[in-house]
Write a protein that binds this ligand. Structure first.
Ligand code: ZN
Length: 343
């Protein structure tokens, strides 16, 4: 009798029982240390660039803000571009946000541009040009190009198909074979982005937050777990349980981290950000990060924040929509916890 489905289910249940057993005897601080260590190990290590020498590529006056483009390097042998959006009339040092895109054509998509760099004056797509919305709220914003999309697709993929939408498959498979992950690489570059951003003269380095959508939210939460300089996190179109999202719906390879389900479910990992401010946002009709999983994640994270005496620092919004950004409450929340310093 063919029983492959039952076999897989059993393995997943065994992992859950193992996690629950361990939870009964493990003190909170010990668990936190173990989870951060195992997260680091699962993601794989990368050799970091020693001296970061950013190159300024352009500086353009836009409507109400200045847009710079710089070339950075965080991982040895690899460079990447990032847009920096600065309010036109800054007064003193400003709070900053690292804005992280997921699938699509790269940082231009969240910075009000089309793929070719021309201004996108049409209706915004699922990203709602959110980096522009944030600079207009008074933040300095940095939007790095996440590897695998837009300008950062691999030549080898474009040689096979000049219109290849992304390179996550080639990157993920190669990195997995080398004991590394695409998430690990992307997070290393995000932390390099943070190093650079925190040194910018316009920035109040005590008031840096991160905001990501979908795959951008995945790497945003990991960066926030690993680096406490990130004071507030806004996670959109991603917070969920593994059980209800990655394990129930077909997702891209970017999302899978070897062995992590033996250590924790996703809400516990996101909970490592506690007690720093955290906002969770999701569409009620998101087909790949379903609402019932989002609701479970919110409940578990509220419990974790309550335990850390920080329940007032967690917010959430389940808005009416699909796999997309709303921002109806979350952008103002980010402003209240960073700009006004309510931490
Ligand atoms: Zn992906």
């Amino acid at each position: 009798m063919w029983n492959g489905d039952a076999f897989l289910d059993t393995l997943v249940v065994q992992a859950r029982l193992q996690r629950e057993n361990r939870a009964q005897s493990e003190p909170t601080e010990q668990k936190k240390t173990r989870l951060i260590r195992s997260l680091r190990e699962s993601l794989g290590e990368f050799e970091l660039t020693e001296a970061d020498r950013p190159t300024m590529l352009e500086r353009v006056e836009c409507d109400g803000f200045i847009r710079e483009r710089v070339e950075l390097s965080a991982v040895s042998g690899l460079t990447f571009g990032a847009y920096i959006l600065i309010p036109s009339k800054p007064s003193g040092k400003l709070p900053g946000v690292i804005a992280v895109h997921g699938h699509g054509y790269g940082s231009r998509q969240i910075c009000g541009m089309r793929e070719d760099g021309a201004s996108d004056n049409g209706d915004p797509d699922v990203y709602q040009h959110f980096a522009i919305q944030l600079v207009k709220k008074g933040f300095v914003v940095i939007a790095p190009d996440v590897i695998g999309f837009g300008e950062r697709r691999l030549e080898s993929d474009l040689a096979v198909d000049p219109n290849a939408p992304n390179s996550y498959h080639t990157l993920s498979t190669h990195l997995l074979m080398l004991g590394k992950t695409l998430t690990g690489l992307r997070v290393a570059e995000l932390l390099g982005t943070l190093d650079y951003f925190a040194r910018r003269p316009e920035i109040d380095s005590d008031k840096i937050g991160i905001a990501g959508f979908s795959g951008g939210s995945l790497i945003a939460y990991v960066a926030a777990v690993l680096d406490e300089r990130i004071r507030a996190s806004l996670l959109i179109g991603f917070p969920n349980t593994y059980q209800d999202s990655l394990m129930a719906v077909r997702h891209c390879l970017c999302n899978y981290t070897p062995g992590i389900l033996m250590q924790a479910e996703l809400p516990e990992l996101i909970g490592l950000i506690a007690p720093r401010p955290l906002f969770l946002e999701s569409g009620d009709a998101d087909p790949i990060f379903p609402a019932h999983g989002f609701t479970k994640a919110v409940q578990e994270l509220k419990r974790i924040y309550r335990q850390a005496n920080a329940e007032h620092l967690i917010g959430f919004d389940l808005f009416h929509g699909k796999h997309e950004i709303s921002g109806r409450y979350s952008f103002d929340w980010l402003q209240s916890v960073l700009a006004k310093g309510e931490q």
